[in-house]
Design a protein around this ligand. Sequence first.
Ligand code: MN
Length: 260
Amino acid sequence: MSKPKIGLSMLFCLSEPFTSLLKRLKKVDVDYVELLDEGLHALDDTRVKKLREIAEAHNFEFMVHSPFADINIATPSPVLQKTVFRRLEKSIVHARQLKSKLWIFHPGLKTAVTSFYPGSDWELNMKSVRRLRKIATTHEVDIAIENVPEPFPFVLKSVEDFSRFFNEVDDELNLVLDVGHANINQQIHAFITKFSKKIVHVHASDNKGNYDAHLGIGHGTVDWANVAEALKRIDFNGVVVLESIKQIDESLERLDEIFG
Ligand SMILES: [Mn+2]
């Protein structure tokens, strides 16, 4: 069985300007880089061109994490829905131009009016996911949905939520397993077992089970040897992307040891 490939999310430098991201990319020592189309690193045509040049020169492949700040695919507001989709489609187009292996997105969120319209959040989320799938198919980009952490009001968080979701979504949508997020739900193994055929990509960061701290690998309560064992059991052969915001070099080494 092939061992998981290790990648690096540039989340740890999201507070730095785009020029600094470019400098860092010239020095990374991984085969896969996950970019965040967000904040100071939001993509545009000029940036995509520069990123492609670096990726070709340094021989790595990109994955793109969709915008996530104030992006709610389950918004009940038609005008916001329109804006959100304009933004997300632009992101998918840029992912395509970057030859991105995958475009990763979060489920929608409940709002202040959700309780007045029971079930509407679920329906809106489902409708938007189908719409995203269509857009992604048009642009020939692979997309996958990520499990997200407590205490945020996402429509889908637990294994139970995702089971119902995947049963209803009636297509081949896959899952990005965020180990740190699942650690907060205490469902790491439940996610891996239940969605053994769906997990195509893994986000790795540590935390102490209380909040999504994105700590270095080994600095929280995640039992990484166990995670590696479980992923081996399901024949996972996607990329394990480091999503810590501290101890980057040390965490990359640890991932190499754990998954190597
Ligand atoms: Mn993540």
